[in-house]
Design a protein around this ligand. Structure first.
Ligand code: TXA
Ligand code: MG
Length: 333
């Protein structure tokens, strides 16, 4: 069977990368794969270009965007100061799926940072880094989904949401969920759980505060609760059907007995408990589940509703549970 590609999807090659970089330099949008999810990029120093991201995504203007850099020199262009703790994290985790909140330089348009005096920065791996290097300007890029939809982990997901945008196709992304967002001042804190685990960060910064536990609304309401990234207060990752998150296997089993038309996301090892046509296996390790989750949230398979089972909040499991909790219409103990 011939693989049909959407008209604006371009397999990654030296040529398509150059074409993408040229577009970015002209102030146009380009979608590209990172090691986490696909990003919708624009020249971070060009306010008009960045405005196109907000318009295309329908992104609320108070939700700031991550700036992607290819090297330390580019980092110094956008960040006023790099505190000692940030230097430690950079040495270990960059290039990689870790975003740091740093004080911003005035060169960065306030549209990028939603008026904040901080800027979120990360140095991505592989193709994304090559693209930023070729474009030779820092690239502002949120996940390449329409606001509220699941983040894209393949070029086809991007084309679904943005049929008119130039997409570089680098295949499915390695981690499948977004970077971890960390603020260092006044206290080091995780603002968004992601592909770098809290455990790994604590080997360098033992005093780091965790984050991403409760539902965003509940967290925002609790006095003295940890700071949140502005974006985390919005509805996220919403699939097109109700998604129910079960905290226990027994409650999932008993619900399914009463709703046999539902589609179940669950660890592969539990697949034998359900009819084959009602199962969407996510894999078994937390890493596999992380990689497959967003594609599952976009599934077109039949099912009256989607049922998911909680996994332990450890390692990457924290980020998986954070995304599932945000996507869920209901949580059943
Ligand atoms: O893996 C990723 O981080 C992907 C790829 C494309 O790099 N990008 C991504 O961007 O997930 P986005 O826009 O979907 O999420 C960015 C998060 C939001 O929660 C936003 O509020 C937060 O980072 N953020 C951005 N700038 C910030 C700032 N100055 N202070 C606090 N949070 C910030
Ligand atoms: Mg996003």
């Amino acid at each position: 069977m011939r693989v049909t590609r959407a008209k604006n999807v371009h397999p990654a090659s030296a040529r398509s990368l150059r074409a993408a970089a040229a577009r970015l330099r002209r102030g146009e949008l380009v979608a590209f794969p990172t090691e986490t999810v696909y990003g919708l990029g624009a020249n971070a120093l060009d306010e008009k270009a960045v405005a196109k991201i907000f318009a295309a995504k329908g992104r609320p203007p108070d939700n700031p965007i991550i700036v992607h850099v290819s090297d330390q020199k580019m980092l110094r262009k956008v960040a006023r100061r790099v505190p000692a703790r940030a230097k430690k994290l950079i040495a270990r985790f960059w290039p990689g799926p870790l975003t740091l909140i740093l004080s911003k330089k005035s060169l960065v348009p306030s549209l990028v940072t939603a008026g904040l005096d901080t800027v979120a920065v990360r140095m991505p791996q592989g193709l994304a880094r090559d693209l930023v290097r070729l474009a030779a300007v820092p690239i502002a890029a949120p996940s390449a989904n329409v606001s509220g939809r699941p983040s894209p982990t393949t070029a086809a997901h991007v084309a679904e949401d943005f049929p008119d945008v130039f997409v570089l196709d680098g295949g499915p992304t390695a981690h499948g969920l977004e970077s971890t967002v960390v603020a260092l001042e006044p206290h080091p804190v995780v603002l968004r759980q992601g592909a770098v685990t809290e455990e790994a960060l604590r080997t360098l910064i033992p005093e780091l505060r965790g984050g991403g536990g409760a539902r965003p609304a509940a967290r925002a309401a609790a006095p003295g609760s940890p700071a949140v990234s502005p974006g985390t207060k919005y509805t996220h990752y919403a699939p097109s059907r109700p998604l129910i998150l079960f905290l226990r296997k027994s409650s999932l089993l008993s619900y399914f007995r009463r709703h046999p038309g539902a589609l179940i996301f669950c660890p592969s090892r539990l697949s034998p408990l359900f009819p084959k046509q009602r199962i969407l296996p996510l894999g078994d390790s937390p890493e596999e589940i992380a990689r497959n989750l967003f594609a599952a949230l976009r599934t077109r398979r039949r099912g009256t509703e989607l049922l998911a089972l909680a996994i332990p909040r450890r390692g990457i499991g924290r980020a998986v549970m954070d995304r599932l909790t945000r996507a869920a219409t209901r949580i059943v103990p």
